[in-house]
Design a protein around this ligand. Sequence first.
Ligand code: NDP
Length: 254
Amino acid sequence: MTKLFDLSGKTALVTGSSRGLGRAMAEGLAAAGAGIVLNGSDEERLAKAVTEMGSAGYAVRASRFDVTDEKAIIEAFDTLDSQGVAIDILVNNAGIQFRRPMLELDTADWRRVVDTNLTSAFVIGREAARRMAQRGYGKIINIGSLTSELARATVAPYTVAKGGIKMLTKAMAAEWSELGIQANAIGPGYMLTDMNQALIDNPTFDAWVKGRTPARRWGRPDELAGTCVYLASAASDYVSGQIIYVDGGMISVL
Ligand code: NDP
């Protein structure tokens, strides 16, 4: 049974894994045996993450690129090819948040959020899947959100991007399942990361999250690891196009 979740011999690229949820999922995949390619845009933060995970005994390397830069993405995959690194598991995790009411929202900020949170998953997914298809094997895990289902004021481009992630996951499943590639998504609830620091520090918002979440608390980044390992492993080989919410029950209740 445990072999079902064994990722020995597999290599996973996790975008936006220098910190936060990406870092926690990378550690979960590494603990299950996968070699890890960490990614981020900030060189120093990425190098620190590589050092820390390397010191913990994990096989880890860095691939620094901006997920909105298609040229840099293609170069990064070419470099991995030339190093003989084949990506078996891709976690499209990199993302940003930007809070502003739509009546005051600039088009450039709309585009920046959609490019970072949605278009990146298509471009990086396509580059990974072209290579996975040649080997007839691959696992793609896109990171959605509760806003994949529900809107919230002041985060329209994020909501649209995460709704798009849910449907991109289904589109990937529609076209790539027959190639031996499973695409699924994870929808995290409110998690304790830098992205939410201002909300965590706001007593009114903190009380709202705890009141609205049946588990009565924020999620810890490491609580995504199990779902990520499941979707990356043989345990999910006939699961395609799904989004699994890891949210302390928030999306199930009014
Ligand atoms: P953090 O802000 O803590 O971390 C974001 C990560 O993404 C960093 O490693 C950052 O690296 C990287 N990143 C951001 N922009 C780029 C870019 N253009 N190119 C490359 N890397 C980039 O975010 P979280 O860990 O909280 O969020 C991770 C994902 O989970 C996002 O997609 C987010 O939308 C989603 N999510 C988060 C939730 C939460 O409650 N925290 C809830 C639901 C979904 P660097 O600093 O180097 O740019």
